[in-house]
Design a protein around this ligand. Structure first.
Ligand SMILES: NC(=O)c1ccc[n+]([C@@H]2O[C@H](COP(=O)([O-])OP(=O)(O)OC[C@H]3O[C@@H](n4cnc5c(N)ncnc54)[C@H](OP(=O)(O)O)[C@@H]3O)[C@@H](O)[C@H]2O)c1
Length: 305
């Protein structure tokens, strides 16, 4: 049967799934895309509270079919499978799949328990990879779409005092680069966003798993990082709505692979990373964070150069 004339001329509403849409950058981005006319699936752990906040931010009614909540815990494989099914039931093949959800942790490698590394990898790599695998068949069949991975400055260069976070963001970027070559022939693009610093819970002590032993072996690292790094973060942090504008632009890219900074501090780091050798970046990071020089904390009687 021929499509009705009105349907033929109606603009196609694209759908985007955003993980971690309950708050922070995910919530701001989901609300922004909704206001721009997208059909948005907010994937989140607590749908009741998350969707209430999201509808408020977006200015949407409770029964608006363009704003849909789906339950998703990325650390639980059954939840990821159920979420993929709920997404396809609601919107079919999504055009955009935005892997935004994330967790952070503060502390030195010696202070961090292994189960924190496991949770970090489950949240940022294993869960998102599984969700992608479950949605790719329908996206490939649609022959169009974009997968966006939200990385961080820690994914460009490993940052002291947050090794598991840097490690998973680095892994996320390598995964995205690999996958881009695989899915491009099917019409699906991949974008890695290196996010700058934004004013959300993840940059606060409350929104971070805190493994720091403030009176321990790394006490002097923590003091200066606290004074310089975390204070500076709060000063440069921009509003999540600014990130949302960058994310919306990223979803519109027609290119098979893009790695882009969203935020001026992220842009500067990408430039420094291109210009400076690794040893120079190590020194730059050390000086910016006020970390002791090489060998400064050697045990007494062990002062060989
Ligand atoms: N803000 C920044 O300055 C900044 C900078 C660089 C990169 N980023 C990245 O941007 C992304 C968003 O961060 P944000 O700033 O918006 O942080 P946020 O305010 O702490 O939000 C994190 C989001 O991730 C969700 N989440 C955490 N664990 C999850 C799990 N197991 N399953 C499903 N969802 C889970 C949270 O859901 P709940 O509400 O259920 O906890 C929340 O919606 C992260 O990937 C982060 O690394 C942020």
């Amino acid at each position: 049967m021929a499509e009705p004339r009105s349907a033929l001329f109606a603009p196609r509403v694209r759908s985007a799934v955003i993980t971690g849409a309950s708050r922070g950058l995910g919530l701001a981005s989901a609300a922004h895309l909704y206001r721009k006319g997208w059909r948005v699936v907010g994937a989140m752990r607590s749908v009741d509270t998350g969707m209430k906040a999201l509808r408020e931010a977006a200015g949407a009614r409770d029964d608006d079919p363009r704003l849909i909540g789906v339950s998703l815990d990325l650390t639980d494989t059954a939840s990821v499978t159920a979420a993929a099914k709920a997404i396809e039931d609601a919107v079919g093949a999504p055009y955009g799949l935005v892997h935004n959800a994330g967790i952070s942790a503060a502390g030195m490698v010696e202070e961090m328990p292994i189960d924190l590394w496991e949770r970090m990898f489950a949240t940022t790599i294993f869960g998102p990879v599984q969700l992608t695998k479950e949605l790719l068949p329908s996206m490939r069949a649609a022959g169009t779409g974009r997968i966006v991975l939200v990385s961080s400055q820690g994914g460009v260069r490993g940052m002291p005092a947050t090794a598991p976070y840097s490690a998973v963001k680095g892994a996320l970027e390598r995964w995205g680069e690999s996958m881009a070559g695989e899915v491009a022939p099917f019409g699906i693009g991949v974008t890695i966003i290196v996010a700058g610093t934004y004013d959300t819970e993840i940059i606060t002590d409350g929104g971070t798993t805190d493994c720091r032993e403030l009176d321990g072996l790394y006490a002097c690292h923590h003091q200066t990082i606290d004074k310089r790094g975390r204070a500076a973060m709060r000063m440069v942090a921009r509003s999540p709505e600014k990130f949302a504008v960058g994310l919306a632009k990223a979803l519109d890219s027609p290119k098979p692979f893009v790695k882009t900074a969203v935020g001026p501090d992220a842009r500067m780091l990408l430039i420094a990373n291109r210009l400076l050798p690794s040893a120079g970046l190590h020194q730059m990071t050390r000086l910016m964070m006020g970390l002791p020089r090489f060998g400064a904390l050697r045990a007494e009687g062990n002062d060989r150069g």
